[in-house]
Design a protein around this ligand. Structure first.
Ligand SMILES: Cc1cc2nc3c(=O)[nH]c(=O)nc-3n(C[C@H](O)[C@H](O)[C@H](O)COP(=O)(O)OP(=O)(O)OC[C@H]3O[C@@H](n4cnc5c(N)ncnc54)[C@H](O)[C@@H]3O)c2cc1C
Length: 394
């Protein structure tokens, strides 16, 4: 049995957007944290990867933005929005302390944040799958157990267990974290990478029952994606011989001008995606445990806000745990209240957009989303550097 006899302050399960950021901030607060993931890093995960302004603000506040830019993620300076045959290109405004957007590949971004956590003192354990949560007789989580790649058992004891293990969260299941709001599953998202073409910035193309886009990323490539109702994505796949054929002909239908441009480029990846994206909120804490990121709250990718949610809530949780570790038993209830309040505006817009209303209404919702993201980014930019005091202030 691989077990460190010492009891950590916190064990964080899942080392991507939510988990690595939570661990990083806890370590900067001075806590003893172990961060585990079944994956080895660098590795990709199922996701396109535009960071909305609030996510960029968080990287900036944590001192990681320059490292992401130095990794070769292109600074995105303009967004072109096309609907009903009309295109508008706008520069990315200088607001909330940032004047660019980003769409870094996840194998680079997630590794960079996990390494920053290690630099801050977090013990990183990759290739460790957690199978369950240890619960004491009083019903409090006291650690996790699992196994490493060789199949050897692993046991990690901690005062708090954080589930940052994504949509299928085993931690959520193990502690019985119930879904407190279920808004159904309406949308699908599919994507692939293309290179050998110039990309001027983010492109978004709204048509009847679809939002298609271009996210310029590392190595001169772009992530090309289509968000649509579930039924439409299935129908496109049923008609075609392969996922790739389905994606190409679906692009021709929903974004013909982009599809034509892509013929001069080269697809460099298989087509992948999520054909049923649920929208739900789970209870975020209980005795000795908390959930953060997709483990506690999932929304359709149509608003491209999952990483920004994770980065915001990682900071709320790290601040709450910092207080809880000093003995304040109510701190995690404060985390849940803050998370639920903070996620609400984008969650409502996401559910509305994932219903693919008529284009004019869809565009109006997109405009509202832009205003909501700006407001969220400004709020985050105003948080104190390590926001332990934020919890007390709200
Ligand atoms: C198709 C698609 C497109 C998207 N596009 C965007 C976008 O453009 N912008 C955006 O901001 N968001 C986007 N999202 C959402 C975004 O990917 C997620 O919200 C984000 O990754 C959540 O981060 P997380 O850390 O909570 O979970 P995840 O990124 O899912 O990470 C969970 C980690 O936990 C690990 N893990 C799971 N179970 C265990 C276990 N038992 N033991 C050990 N480790 C475990 C996994 O290996 C994984 O590394 C998209 C999602 C999808 C599906």
């Amino acid at each position: 049995m691989q077990s460190l006899n010492r009891r950590h302050d916190v064990v964080v399960v899942g080392a991507r957007a939510a988990g690595a950021a939570t661990a990083l901030l806890l370590a900067r607060h001075g806590h003893d944290v172990v961060l585990v993931d079944r994956d080895e890093f660098p590795s990709d995960t199922l996701s396109t990867h535009q960071l909305a302004r609030p996510g960029v603000v968080q990287l900036q506040r944590w001192g990681l933005l320059d490292a992401v830019l130095d990794s070769g993620a292109p600074a995105i300076r303009q967004v072109t929005f096309t609907a009903e045959g009309q295109s508008i290109t706008r520069p990315v405004r200088d607001s909330a302390g940032v004047d660019l957007l980003l769409a870094p590949r996840r194998h680079i971004l997630d590794t960079l944040v996990a390494e920053a956590a290690a630099d801050a003192g977090v013990e990183l354990r990759f290739g460790v799958t957690i199978d369950g949560v240890q619960i004491d007789q009083a019903g409090r989580a006291t650690g996790v157990h699992g196994h490493n790649r060789a199949g050897a058992p692993v046991e990690l004891k901690a005062r708090f267990v954080v589930g940052a293990d994504g949509l299928g969260s085993r931690i959520a299941r193990a502690v019985g974290a119930e879904i407190i709001e279920d808004r159904g599953a309406w949308g699908a998202a599919q994507y692939a990478y293309y290179d050998r073409l110039p990309w001027d910035g983010i492109e978004l193309i709204a048509t009847d029952r679809a939002l298609t886009g271009v996210f310029p990323t590392h190595d001169g490539a772009a992530c090309i994606w289509i968000c649509s109702p579930i039924a439409d994505a299935h129908r496109a796949r049923r008609r075609a011989a392969s996922r790739e054929d389905a994606f190409t002909s679906y692009l021709g239908l929903v974004a013909p001008e982009l599809a034509e441009r892509l013929q001069a480029g080269r697809r460099t990846s298989p087509v992948t995606g999520m054909l049923r994206a649920p929208n739900f909120i789970r209870r975020a804490h209980g005795p000795g445990w908390a959930l953060v990121g997709d483990a506690g709250y999932h929304r359709d990718p149509v608003t491209g806000h999952g990483m920004s949610d994770a980065y915001r809530d990682a900071e709320l949780l790290a601040s709450a745990l910092h207080v809880a570790l000093r003995g304040d038993v109510d701190a995690l209830s404060g985390y849940q209240e803050q998370r639920d309040r903070a996620l609400r505006p984008v969650f409502e817009l996401t559910v509305a957009l994932a219903g693919y209303p008529p284009v004019a209404e869809f565009v109006a919702l997109q405009k509202e989303l832009g205003r909501t993201l700006d407001a969220e980014a400004s709020e985050l930019a105003a948080w104190p550097p390590l926001s332990s005091s934020y919890l007390a202030a709200v």
